[in-house]
Design a protein around this ligand. Structure first.
Ligand code: ACO
Length: 315
């Protein structure tokens, strides 16, 4: 029977068809998806914190309304993604427990602080820009529920990126102090945004990585380095339009390759953040645990309501 499962699954993957929850799939495919989708969901809800920090201090009513909507969108993305993970037979509570116990990761990028209002612009422009670059190909992921969730997520992310660009655009046309604030935010977020794409495809760091297998299964469509390069190529002209100087002396157009060359990413810092030693790791998890505990009554009320509805429907 195992062979039959294998051949159906392999045929669907070879034909670039979608795998659906009811289809038989190898355990390793299921585990890889649970790992990636859970990490993605955790990133969305932890990602609410850095910008949530500025909701009370947004510089105008318009900016505040946009920021609230954006942070709420991120909560929504987390919910679609937890639902997609649940179709693989894992329980949402179990995933949250793994996040709270530090057993499952979330994106490195959300362990950096938002020191000024310009950081909300830099997050929208750079972090959401990187997220789109990484997530548009996931709309073609071989696992149906994940791919479909990504379509709406990507539409919302592109709005997020434009609002970030517009914050920086406004600051760069403001006073000298505002321009300096925008430049400083870009200086601090550029390198962590490049690291977001994950470890390089070659060398020591690539050993034990998942890219090769995930590409063979049609989960990932591009390697980490390929997406990082596409991101750099997209962002350099945008930085020029903004009048922001990207903090990399090695950044230059390479005519032969048809791409921008760029400098070395500090991978020691990346692994340090993944180990839990980034600037805000402890604060992010502590806040998340507290929010979860304080929300217990909402979950209890929702369950009690659902139970009452079920009794009524069966009467
Ligand atoms: N932050 C934290 N961990 C990371 C990051 C990162 N930026 N990049 C890679 N890793 C981890 C991987 O999870 C893996 O760890 P594990 O084996 O313990 O699970 C390890 O580093 C090796 O990396 P890869 O082999 O490249 O792992 P993978 O094939 O899963 O690729 C990637 C990583 C590109 C992030 C992929 O999982 C992905 O596309 N995920 C969906 C998108 C996502 O999660 N985005 C989150 C940020 S965007 C946002 O929320 C706005």
């Amino acid at each position: 029977q195992r062979e039959a499962i294998g051949s159906d699954f392999d045929a669907l993957i070879a034909a670039d068809q979608r795998i659906e929850p009811r289809d038989a799939m190898p355990d390793t495919y299921r585990e890889t998806l649970i790992r990636q989708i859970a990490q993605h969901a955790h990133s969305e809800i932890i990602g609410m914190q850095p910008e949530g920090n500025w909701i009370t201090r947004a510089p105008s009513l318009r900016r505040k309304a946009i920021l609230i909507a954006k942070v709420q969108d991120e909560a929504g993305h987390g919910l679609y993604l937890y639902s997609a993970a649940e179709t693989l037979g894992v329980d949402r509570q179990e995933l949250l427990d793994r996040l709270h116990d530090g057993k499952q990761k979330y994106s490195s990028i959300f362990n950096y602080p938002t020191l000024t209002w310009a950081d909300c612009g830099a997050i929208g422009w750079l972090v959401d820009g990187a997220a789109i670059m990484n997530q548009v190909p996931l709309c073609r992921c071989s696992y149906g529920p994940y791919a479909r969730a990504m379509i709406r997520v990507c539409k919302e992310e592109s709005f997020h990126q434009r609002q970030g660009f517009e914050i920086l655009w406004t600051l760069m046309r403001g006073t000298e102090a505002q321009q300096a604030m925008a430049q400083d935010a870009a200086d601090r977020w550029w390198w962590p945004a490049l690291a977001m794409f994950g470890p390089p495809d070659t060398g020591e760091a690539a050993k034990g990585g998942h890219t090769e297998q995930s590409m063979a299964w049609g989960i990932k469509r591009f390697s980490n380095d390929d997406l990082r390069q596409k991101f750099v190529d997209m962002m350099v002209p945008q930085a020029e339009k903004l009048g922001i100087v990207l903090p990399d002396p090695h950044l230059r157009w390479n005519e032969e390759r048809g791409h921008y060359d760029f400098g070395e990413i500090d991978w020691d810092e990346f692994w340090q953040v993944l180990r839990g030693d980034g600037p805000c790791n402890a604060e992010r998890i502590e806040h998340r645990r507290r929010a979860h505990d304080e929300g217990a009554w909402v979950r209890e009320a929702a369950n009690a309501y659902a139970a009452k509805q079920t009794i009524r429907e069966n009467e």
